[in-house]
Ligand binder design. Structure first.
Ligand code: SF4
Length: 133
């Protein structure tokens, strides 16, 4: 979301984004790598380099993105090391699956661009102390 409100000719670095949103740099670097693999983010090295959203990233469905990041596992582990005895006939399991799908479905119509409309976008811009000139 922070990258969606960046100026194209003044890209942010991973460190700047991590400091702006209060996330450890090592964690942010992992997030950047993951988002690059999904094709939603570009990282250019060297002078004038930095992070930028791709066209796919700008228009991608948030539901798709969260599914990709979270995986398709169930919210409760029913078939784990000690499988739950109810797992073959559990109404709760079905209800949780439906709730999980409803959660994703509610995010499907949204894009990153939608999420940075006012009032969010201006707050995101203000989060960053720009690097000294
Ligand atoms: S009670 Fe149902 S939802 Fe909970 S672990 Fe057992 S099978 Fe899964």
């Amino acid at each position: 979301m922070r990258l969606a409100v960046s100026e194209a000719d003044d890209p942010l670095t991973t460190r700047e984004v991590s400091e702006a949103v209060g996330v450890p740099h090592a964690h942010m670097a992992k997030v950047v790598t993951r988002l690059q693999h999904l094709g939603v983010l570009d990282a250019r090295r060297g002078r004038g380099g930095g992070l930028g959203l791709t066209e796919l990233g700008r228009g991608a469905s948030i539901g798709w993105l969260v599914r990709e990041l979270e995986g398709d596992g169930e919210v409760v582990v029913c078939d784990g090391e000690t499988p739950c005895p109810l797992r073959g006939a559990c109404r709760l399991r079905g209800a949780l699956r439906a709730a999980q799908e409803a959660f994703y479905a509610s995010l499907d119509p949204l894009t990153v661009s939608d999420l940075v409309a006012s009032p969010t976008g201006p707050v995101l811009v203000g989060l960053l102390g720009r690097r000294p000139e």
